[in-house]
Design a protein around this ligand. Structure first.
Ligand SMILES: *[C@@H]1O[C@H](CO)[C@@H](O)[C@H](O)[C@H]1NC(C)=O
Ligand SMILES: *[C@@H]1O[C@H](CO)[C@@H](O)[C@H](O)[C@H]1NC(C)=O
Ligand SMILES: *[C@@H]1O[C@H](CO)[C@@H](O)[C@H](O)[C@H]1NC(C)=O
Ligand SMILES: *[C@@H]1O[C@H](CO)[C@@H](O)[C@H](O)[C@H]1NC(C)=O
Ligand SMILES: *[C@@H]1O[C@H](CO)[C@@H](O)[C@H](O)[C@H]1NC(C)=O
Ligand SMILES: *[C@@H]1O[C@H](CO)[C@@H](O)[C@H](O)[C@H]1NC(C)=O
Ligand SMILES: *[C@@H]1O[C@H](CO)[C@@H](O)[C@H](O)[C@H]1NC(C)=O
Length: 810
């Protein structure tokens, strides 16, 4: 008997015996001439060896099935389907590996619904990665499901030029209009695709590719997701090669899915409660998604994403925004009809531009659109007079903050728009839902009446309505993402949405890059100036997540963008309670900005020299200690050795609890631990605070900060600028200061008790600790030594202060 015959015999015995008897539940392979019948969908599935994935018939409706791969623990988490959109019947259908080695899916009547693009396969096997492969007799893969993804992408799978994800619609489980693939420009994109148009909505088409951190035309065209949750794409710019999941790390099961709302989310499986959580999301703003509100529809946040029709339009198919709105009037192209244009502020319909006319008045733009019957309206940018007449109003979106974009839509003058109602509802508040997909296919599929239905009395007239969007929602939408997730979380009680919020917070709490637009929004277009520091102007702002921040526009940064970013990544790692936190930065075109922690009480200079309130003694002592700790950290503890170079009361901020926080550090060139560095810019120091070696041009070391600290210490004790104490003589400040310090040192040596009480800030009214005051003056005198080697290090300053404090406590 030949070996082949034996193999055949063996496999046919297996085939005959296994399916009905043991259900083949734990098998990972389907051999030639065997099949899986739809009737056995409960019992007969392929299992990956580690049992993570199952492959078999998956029920999409009561009597309709797809041949799919899903997570064994969660049947709703389908990762691949052979026949998405063309399900087979509940009886008679089968997936067969025929004797000629072709894998086919047949319906009840024998019609081939799907066929794998491979011949001479010996067996089908479901791998631990979720990849269904066909192998030939020598064990080589001749076909794999990873090459033809549906809407999900798994770790180790690759998105290439030839593959793409297409969304699955919620209702019918057919391929939708959203795709995730490489665009013509080789950018990994989210694209709205229908018969008439293709438009990219992620990365943000309003920005240049480099502003989105992408490269153009890299023909490599490969994207991947790895086990640790890192997403890579060949077009990601060097500075941000990968995007990370919020739970980055190995050992977590993940899937990247293009959801039916047009967004890509990375889901991670929580092993303990078997629930999926969102650990990365491509687009934070749902209204950015094109086509969401259909033709003429406008998306805005209320705070959930909501669609509305413009005045003069009604919903074409109530309950389904895909079809958008239709006009309630007729504009005939022949007759003399009087037309009017209705202004919608801060609103835009993206794309479908007939042309672009620059530097024209609104009247000219309006006439162009009036004279062209196919023009439905135009967008006009007030600032530079750019005019975009549009043939179709699609991808409508109302901006949360005032923008220079205004949309004018064409209406017959006879229409009295003031009496019109605005149809609006939640974007995905559509026709009755069949609970088919379980709770985790997307965060929108869950039903929740209280969340979906708006109060019925809400029928505002359009001008109130859009004014409302423009004004009140500025505040509301500021926090829209947060609020949106919050509402969803509260109302839906879905662990996955909760995770989406967590993920969002995670991404925003860490040091990150902000866009210029975000910061302009946060600072209300740089409206609240806080002051001018040595490095630039600072503005107060509020981030989307409610954090008060200082946005500092840096002037005179000569570094290239790359250098700037590199330097910032060093600064980003600095984290000490006495140093102002740097939340992130912006590096766009010529803009270089830092996003910093906001300190409620302002600068020490303000409180000490200008404010009416006086700091108590122990508060002053605590500030002295905190500043010393912050400097010691910069000098000795953080990875890079950083010299502040410009310490002064202006650069010491105080928070709510009067805890000091040093700001403006790290911008002088970082220096090596090995020591002297001639390259430190000399322009930064401030007269009165700079060390003598600075003036004489000697190399600069961390001891310059010790000197400045000595000056600040004297000011804390005396409540007066040392500069003012020594001023008045003709000689140079630093020479006077030298004399002054000599005098202090002499008095300390002489143990004269009364001058100290005189020296200490009179505003304390004698309420201070004598020996502490004396210790502080002594310390500052040692910090102000002419010869830098004699000055203590900041570490020993901290130690001295702590011992003084301890001595008092006892
Ligand atoms: C299996 O496929 C590989 C790659 O296509 C091929 O090189 C090999 O010859 C095939 N083996 C058989 C037995 O057909
Ligand atoms: C495409 O455009 C044609 C003509 O304007 C229109 O009839 C059709 O409905 C459009 N198709 C889609 C999918 O929008
Ligand atoms: C294209 O992307 C690949 C992968 O990131 C990279 O190695 C290559 O250098 C890029 N090519 C160009 C021309 O930037
Ligand atoms: C997983 O779920 C458990 C139980 O709900 C929860 O306590 C835990 O924090 C979750 N783990 C992660 C990483 O989300
Ligand atoms: C258009 O307006 C003009 C002047 O306002 C009026 O005389 C004319 O009758 C109007 N035409 C139509 C068709 O309503
Ligand atoms: C007009 O101004 C807008 C907003 O400032 C800007 O986005 C657009 O690029 C400008 N257009 C031209 C042609 O300068
Ligand atoms: C909404 O309309 C689109 C386009 O006509 C259609 O494909 C889809 O099935 C509709 N959805 C519902 C829920 O009726």
């Amino acid at each position: 008997m030949s070996a082949q015959l034996l193999a055949l015999l063996l496999s046919s015995t297996l085939m005959l015996s296994s399916p009905p008897l043991i259900g083949a539940a734990a098998r990972d392979t389907l051999r030639r001439k065997s099949s899986i019948a739809v009737e056995d969908h409960d019992t007969h599935t392929l299992r990956s060896p580690d049992r993570t994935f199952s492959c078999g018939f998956h029920r999409v409706y009561k009597d309709a099935f797809t041949f799919s791969v899903w997570y064994t623990d969660d049947e709703a988490a389908v990762v691949w389907s052979a026949n998405r959109g063309t399900p087979v019947h509940a009886w008679g259908a089968a997936a067969t590996l025929r004797k000629d080695g072709a894998m086919v899916l047949t319906d009840y009547d024998g019609t081939v619904v799907w066929q794998a693009d491979a011949k001479s396969a010996e067996y089908a096997q479901l791998l631990d990665t979720g990849n269904l492969v066909l192998k030939n007799s020598s064990g080589d893969v001749v076909w794999q499901s990873f090459d033809s993804p549906t809407d999900t992408f798994l770790p180790t799978q690759r998105i290439t030029d030839a593959s793409k994800l297409v969304s699955t619609t919620d209702q019918l489980h057919v391929p939708g209009h959203y795709t995730f693939r490489f665009s013509d420009q080789s950018m990994l994109s989210l694209i709205y695709d229908n018969a008439n148009m293709t438009s990219v909505y992620w990365p943000d088409p309003d920005f240049m590719y480099y502003e989105n951190n992408r490269n153009l035309y890299n023909s490599t065209r490969i994207a991947s997701l790895d086990d640790s949750g890192e997403i890579f794409s060949s077009d990601f710019a060097k500075s941000s090669r990968v995007r990370y999941a919020s739970d980055t790390g190995a050992g977590i099961k993940r899937r990247l899915k293009l959801d039916n709302d047009g967004n890509v989310r990375l889901y991670s499986l929580n092993n303990s409660d078997k629930k999926w959580t969102v650990s990365w999301i491509a687009e934070f703003q749902p209204c950015m998604t094109h086509g969401l509100c259909g033709p003429y529809g406008i998306c805005h946040y209320s705070p959930a994403p909501t669609c509305s029709c413009p005045p003069g339009y009604k919903m074409r198919n109530p309950g389904n925004w895909t079809q958008g709105c239709m006009p309630i009037f007729d504009i005939s192209c022949q007759g003399e009809q009087n037309l009017t244009f209705l202004e919608l502020r801060n609103t835009d319909y993206w794309g479908s531009d007939q042309q672009r006319i620059e530097k024209v008045s609104r009247e000219i733009c309006q006439n162009v659109c009036r004279d062209d019957c196919t023009c439905k309206g135009f967008q006009y940018q007030e600032g530079n007079g750019t005019c975009y007449p549009k043939s179709l109003l699609f991808n409508g979106r109302s901006f949360p903050t005032p923008t220079v974009r205004t949309m004018y839509i064409k209406l017959p003058s006879s229409l009295d728009t003031s009496k019109l109602q605005i149809p609006q509802s939640n974007v995905l508040d559509s026709a009755p839902r069949k609970p088919v997909c379980g709770p985790i296919s997307t965060i929108f599929t869950e039903q929740n009446p209280s969340y979906l239905h708006k109060p019925s009395q809400e029928e505002p007239k359009w001008f109130y309505f859009y004014g409302f969007i423009g004004a009140f929602f500025i505040i509301e939408v500021f926090f829209f993402t947060f609020a949106w997730f919050f509402v969803l979380r509260r109302e839906l009680k879905s662990s996955q949405v909760w995770a989406a919020e967590e993920g969002y917070k995670m991404m925003t709490n860490h040091f990150r890059m902000y866009s210029y637009r975000e910061l302009a929004k946060a600072t209300e277009k740089f409206a609240h100036e806080l002051g001018w520091g040595g490095t630039g102007v600072a503005y107060k702002g509020i981030l989307d997540d409610d954090r008060l921040v200082v946005v500092k526009k840096l002037g005179n940064i000569r570094h290239s963008r790359e250098e700037f970013n590199d330097e910032l990544h060093v600064i980003a790692r600095i984290n000490h309670m006495n140093l102002v936190r740097i939340y992130g930065f912006c590096s766009e075109r010529s803009h270089r900005m830092l996003v910093l922690e906001y300190a409620e009480k302002g600068s020490l200079a303000h409180i000490l020299f200008k404010s009416k309130i006086s700091l108590e003694w122990n508060q002053r002592f605590n500030i002295a200690l905190g500043v010393a700790k912050g400097l010691a950290y910069l000098h000795h503890e953080c990875l890079e050795w950083i010299i502040h170079c410009n310490l002064k009361p202006e650069n010491i901020l105080l928070d709510q609890d009067l805890e000091p926080k040093i700001t403006d550090f790290g911008l002088a060139k970082l220096v090596n631990r090995s020591g002297d560095n001639q390259n430190v810019t000399r322009a930064r120091g401030t007269i009165g605070y700079i060390a003598p070696e600075w003036i004489s041009g000697l190399p600069i070391t961390a001891k310059v900060d010790v000197y400045s600290y000595g000056v600040v210490l004297l000011e804390l004790v005396s409540g007066t600028r040392v500069f003012d104490l020594v001023k008045g003589e003709d000689e140079k400040v630093h020479v006077m200061l030298k004399k002054f310090i000599k005098m202090l040192s002499y008095r300390l040596d002489r143990e004269e008790p009364f001058w100290i009480a005189e020296f200490v800030d009179f505003r304390l009214g004698g309420e201070f600790d004598y020996s502490q005051a004396k210790a502080l003056i002594k310390l500052s005198v040692s910090c102000l030594e002419e010869e830098r080697k004699k000055r203590p290090t900041m570490e020993s300053v901290v130690e001295s202060l702590l011992s003084v404090d301890l001595a008092i406590d006892q």
